[in-house]
Design a protein around this ligand. Sequence first.
Ligand code: ADP
Ligand code: ADP
Ligand code: MG
Length: 589
Amino acid sequence: MVNFQINVKSVMRIAVVDKEKCRPERCNHECKLFCPPERNDVDVITIEKTARINEQTCIGCGICVKKCPFDAITIINLTHEAGKLVHQYGENGFRLFNLPSIKESKVVGLLGRNGTGKSTTLNILSGITKPNLGKVNGDVSWHEIIENFRGSEIQQYLERIKEKKIKVSYKIQRIELISKTYADRKVRDLLDGVEEEIIKEMGLDILLDRKVGTLSGGELQKIAIAKALSKDADFYFIDEPTSFLDIKNRIDVAKTIKLKLKDKSTLVVEHDLIILDYLSDFVHIVHGFPGAYGVVSNIYHTRRGINSYIEGYIKEENIRFRDYSLEFNYIKESKRLKEKLLYVPKMKKTYDSGFFLEVEDFYIYEGEIIGILGRNGLGKTTFIKLLAGIEKDDENMCDFDLKIGYKPQYINLNYEGSVESFINENIKLNEDIKNHLMKPLEIERFIHKEVPSLSGGELQRLSILYSLSMPADLYLLDEPSAYLDVEERIILGKILRRYAEQLNTSLFVVDHDLLFLSSVSDRIMVFDGVPARRGYAKQPVDFKEGINYFLKTVDITMRVDEETKRPRINKEESKKHIEMKSKGIYFEF
Ligand code: ADP
Ligand code: ADP
Ligand code: MG
């Protein structure tokens, strides 16, 4: 028999089969057919409902990964000990290593890519999921679990879960589930027991008589947070609190969490790095391979942890989890020297609902990115729709003959079928699109899934691909960072800068992630007004002036981190904040 003892040095092999993608009835079992040990009669792959890979006999060559027509297999050869195996979702399922620390009277953040086990971690710590230590075929006793964590900080905590002596409050990630479950109930019922003060502070008093099913994402989010904060518990788990919220809301929510939970132990998952930085005392990085495994790092002070995340390297543990460092560069080359692309006239738009928008006139230049900032309900989407020709302004002033690529805020591709067939039918593929859009957006990873079954982040990436692959003079992207994790946001930023700098196209980007917007925008357009009543769109100004003006309206000052140049919010009570405010400087970089 041939000896397959391997070319790949590894201490642990992880073979993951995506149960949704694996369809043995629709393929020729290529994984088994081409597997080198299998060809020599060594049992590695068993085909049942889905393929099962024996990690002991697998040699980690990765041929099955390439041969599988559905991209259902991931093989990882870990070259160093990942950590303590805490949980595994079935045979050849996702694996989570290590658990985070829980600190009394502190907020601890979890920072990592989608699909690396952050929600799984919260489910374990809140007692919803009993960890199985990777033993997928038998029952694991609490005694065994606790023994496994002997000597670590988390041991006592697990004992309390076992005794059911733990009071937790949990703000789940998927708030749309609340909307489904309580669709016909009044907000008032849902908020029963929530302190008057929190309801007022979060502006929920005006929603009390609305039905839960009619609420916007932002409104639901605030209700879920209010509910979680007002529950009397010892431990608070807050999963992605800023999704759907505008910047003002994000900061308000962060302030409320800090204030209400200052004597409690809190764990927060968040992808908006500026908010995570502002909110947390400590962070854990969760690294690994999305969908295959995740490792919770040691705990670090927030600044150190976020900087390591940005570098892609945890020095203290000698772990490199990304082969490049994220970069921030605020001042882009001046676009003023470039050609004018378009004159946007003064415009007005009135809706039946009574909302009224006014837009100042201005020029758009070739090859520039205009970042749009403003609270929810001030007409940003309306403005984008006027440019896209989807809505008409009151006086029909907006009339031009440009090719437009548009990504709406609420994505509905209206397509029943696989991602692959959507692409074949709707996108004219060429090398450029393959290399500069499909690859960085990692579309291949879900190309065999059905469009209606895509996760929020996958749908967002497909929709970005779709709009940017249309040949156009002007691209309009409405909240493209929603549902994306930090790396995906940075990658999107790079894609957009390439469109501006190399292809000389112009783009408008509406977004609430200040770090993302700061890293892409040449100029900033700020929307002012009263949400849902009237909006005022000021003409775009230089990045520095625009961001300063915007931060002033929300009473926040920001400095940049010396090491990484990432923006950081100054604490309200800090000397720096008071000093900057008195000088009228809201962003110092
Ligand atoms: P994150 O919160 O970091 O995005 P999750 O903890 O939600 O990650 O999921 C990590 C991985 O575990 C994903 O690949 C997901 O598909 C898988 N997973 C989550 N829940 C289950 C489950 N109940 N059964 C099987 N796999 C699951
Ligand atoms: P933003 O994108 O800044 O959050 P929008 O442009 O989506 O704001 O909405 C501004 C206001 O106009 C909101 O109060 C919204 O409810 C209202 N609105 C948007 N579209 C319509 C419409 N087709 N008919 C009536 N009211 C609308
Ligand atoms: Mg909008």
